[in-house]
Design a protein around this ligand. Structure first.
Ligand SMILES: NC(=O)c1ccc[n+]([C@@H]2O[C@H](COP(=O)([O-])OP(=O)(O)OC[C@H]3O[C@@H](n4cnc5c(N)ncnc54)[C@H](OP(=O)(O)O)[C@@H]3O)[C@@H](O)[C@H]2O)c1
Length: 433
């Protein structure tokens, strides 16, 4: 290490799971991090909500900042590490203030960037600094670096991801333990895998924040969370998971961003993926992101999508880059070169689908269903009948051939109106990735 290099001075705001993890990692791996950067990464000050909380980490050598504003304006600091969370209010103002004071920002905050990333990137550019966010997508997986640098020479045509560990854990437990959604969710909450208010996770919103950022980087467009079609996992039943398994598929919550000619399509929804695909083997709290580039073909990275260690690891990746003087525009290209994509929803896809109809077990039901599909130009690959319940009902499960997703949705809408179909049928896309 060069003696003359001054340290990279940082302030850390937020000392919860991730913030405390960053402090621990910087302490434990100080020597190797300094060697790799050629200079020390030095924590000058920290701040959290409650100064007196025991955090299981030694903070005695750091100043406690007077306020978020004071930290953002501290002229000694090169980098602000924002580990508070939340897309509005104090956190957003804090990040803006840090950028205005010419400080780089390192964050794990996907909600903030999904909603305000473009404007914040413009502000960063104006002050000749950046916002680094490796930790905001897929925890410890270095996917931001991979897309922005590793495969940067490719025309990237698609990104698929399992981007929420809580959802993937619930789906894995449902299948392996043959358990219902609510049962697994309660247990995940007791064990701390799921938040007390799990809506952000199970409704797909957290994963969609990450997908909006992945799409922006992959295609060089502005992140557009508002136009994302989002479905979570709350409507999935054990029955669907078991039938999908018999048909050779796993059900995963998949984030998809695809370039189709001049169109971009993005969606977050449960999908059937073939058991033979690499992404189907990503289980429990793990995340994975698969990209497709015109020269490299497919790549897939898998790893822990959350937690103290993996997320801190990604924060350190950004800090090491900044310590070496490496920084790039927030979404890989300057904001004036980010295009505005007319994002389309899944309606514009052609795909095969899984349809599960709970029906009265009576004469003519199969022909009513097939007529409905035919009227909408949807042809069947297979049809199976499952269970003959005591209440006189059964399930008819159809796998369609590839067709317009819009037509398939219309067909399912008509199926729901049939007198012998008891509940709204379940429709899940099949993604042969
Ligand atoms: N947890 C993960 O595995 C994970 C993974 C990827 C990304 N992230 C992202 O990382 C960020 C932090 O998540 P986390 O799980 O570490 O959250 P957390 O455990 O709830 O920690 C939040 C921290 O922010 C502090 N804080 C709250 N309001 C503050 C304020 N006004 N001023 C200063 N500090 C304040 C809290 O202080 P007290 O401790 O005093 O309450 C706490 O230390 C979020 O954006 C999250 O989405 C988390």
């Amino acid at each position: 290490m060069s003696e003359s290099q001054s340290p990279l001075n940082i302030g850390i705001a937020g000392l919860g799971t991730v913030g405390a993890g960053v402090v621990k990692m910087l302490q434990q791996n100080a020597a190797l991090i300094s060697a790799r950067c050629g200079r020390e990464i030095k924590i000058i000050s920290v701040i959290a909500g409650n100064k007196n909380k025991d955090r299981d980490v030694d903070l005695s050598t750091y100043e406690w900042a007077d306020s978020l504003t004071a930290m953002a304006q501290d002229t000694r600091l090169d980098v602000i590490v924002e580990m508070i969370g939340g897309s509005e209010g104090q956190t957003k103002e804090f990040v803006e203030e840090a950028l205005k004071n010419n400080k780089h920002v390192v964050t794990a905050n996907k909600a903030l960037l999904a909603h305000h990333g473009y404007e914040l990137a413009q502000l960063a550019e104006k002050h000749n600094v950046t916002i680094a966010f490796e930790a905001a997508i897929a925890g410890g997986i270095p996917i931001v670096k991979s897309i922005r640098e590793g495969i940067a020479g490719n025309n990237i045509t698609s990104v698929y991801g399992i981007l929420n560990g809580t959802c993937n854990y619930i789906l894995t437990e449902m299948r392996e333990g043959e358990r219902d959604f609510n049962d697994v969710l309660s247990e995940a909450q007791e064990q701390g895998y799921a938040e007390a208010d799990p809506a952000f996770d199970i409704e797909g919103i957290d994963a969609a924040h990450k997908l909006a950022l992945l799409g922006a980087m992959a295609f060089g467009v502005k992140p557009d969370f508002a136009s994302l079609d989002i479905q979570g996992i709350t409507r999935l039943t054990l029955k669907d998971i078991k039938i999908a398994d018999e048909l050779g598929y796993r059900i995963k919550l998949i984030g998809m961003a695809r370039q189709e000619g001049v169109d971009y399509i993005q969606a977050m929804a449960p999908c059937l993926v073939p058991k033979s695909s690499a992404i189907s083997g990503v289980e429990g709290v793990f995340n994975a992101v698969q990209t497709q580039g015109d020269f490299v073909d497919k790549t897939m990275m898998e790893g822990r999508g959350a937690g103290e260690g993996p997320t801190a690891s990604s924060v350190l990746s950004d800090l090491v880059d900044l310590a070496k003087g490496n920084f790039v525009p927030v979404f890989g290209v300057p904001t004036n070169q980010l295009n505005t994509a007319q994002w389309q929803g899944p309606e514009n896809l052609t795909c095969a689908c899984y349809i599960n109809c709970h029906v009265k077990d009576e004469v003519g039901v199969v022909s009513d269903i097939t007529s409905c599909l035919k009227e909408n130009n949807v042809s069947m690959d297979s049809l199976i009948q499952k269970g003959h319940e005591q209440d006189g009902s059964k399930n008819i499960v159809i796998v369609t051939h590839v067709a317009s997703y819009k037509s398939i949705k219309q067909a399912v809408g008509s199926l729901a109106n049939l007198s012998n179909v008891l509940d709204s049928p379940t429709l899940i896309r099949i993604e042969n990735i």
